[in-house]
Design a protein around this ligand. Structure first.
Ligand SMILES: [Zn+2]
Length: 219
């Protein structure tokens, strides 16, 4: 997340449109890039909720990183929910490929066999990354860890994405590890360490031989 939300609100206020409740005319979306590849849905179809085109780049990328985030929701744990993640991204005109909460995963962008839509969200890394938002905020604060079921879902999702897009363990990162400006702490250093441990264990339990092969030098 960046300051885009604030600046957009200020922009609307400047125009006096936000207060008047006047809807801005829609900007025609740029032509969507096409690929002959078949779409990939990593969730049941009912959990596919595509963000509007202004939330992502009209470009397809070949991902080699997975970046994990918290969505920054400060409205209380009972609202750590994928529909809220979606609404926040929609409002700020940003995007991630997935939103995860305690009971479900929503896929938010088109994805294909080897390429995915380029998201707006992890500055400087969007060209390379699949972004995964976990509902919540400040996971390293006492009593503020996400529900275990949310972490489980995220671990399984990331493991599946690693396998599908041949992404090495060294290329699964927390946003704070990829923010060169140093102003991103999500999803928390302590949380990310635990997440990695769980991810390694889960992948090992799935297919020990395959994981061993994937862990060969060259990552
Ligand atoms: Zn982030």
């Amino acid at each position: 997340m960046t300051g885009q939300a604030v600046s957009r609100r200020r922009f609307l206020q400047t125009l006096g449109l936000a207060a008047a409740g006047v809807a801005l005319p829609p900007t025609p979306p740029a032509a969507r890039p096409t690929t002959a590849e078949r779409p990939e849905y990593f969730v049941p179809l009912g959990d596919y909720h595509e963000l509007p085109p202004e939330c992502y780049a009209q470009n397809l990328i070949r991902p080699f990183e997975i970046i994990v985030h918290w969505d920054g929701n400060r409205q209380g744990r009972e609202l750590w929910l994928t529909p809220i993640t979606y609404e926040t991204l929609q409002f700020t005109q940003q995007s991630a490929h997935f939103a995860v909460d305690y009971k479900r995963i929503w896929q938010l962008l088109p994805m294909f066999r080897t390429v995915v839509q380029e998201s707006y969200g992890a500055k400087g890394y969007n060209w390379a990354a699949i972004n995964v938002e976990l509902a919540g905020t400040e996971f390293d604060q006492p009593g503020n860890a996400p529900p275990a079921s949310e972490v489980d879902l995220a671990v399984r999702l990331v493991a599946r994405l690693m396998e599908h897009y041949a992404i090495a363990p060294a290329h699964v990162a927390g946003h704070f590890e990829r923010d060169l400006r140093g102003d991103k702490r999500d999803p928390g250093a302590q949380f990310m360490a635990g997440f990695r441990t769980q991810l390694v264990a889960y992948r090992a339990s799935r297919s020990p031989l395959k994981q061993q092969a994937l862990a060969e030098p060259g990552d």
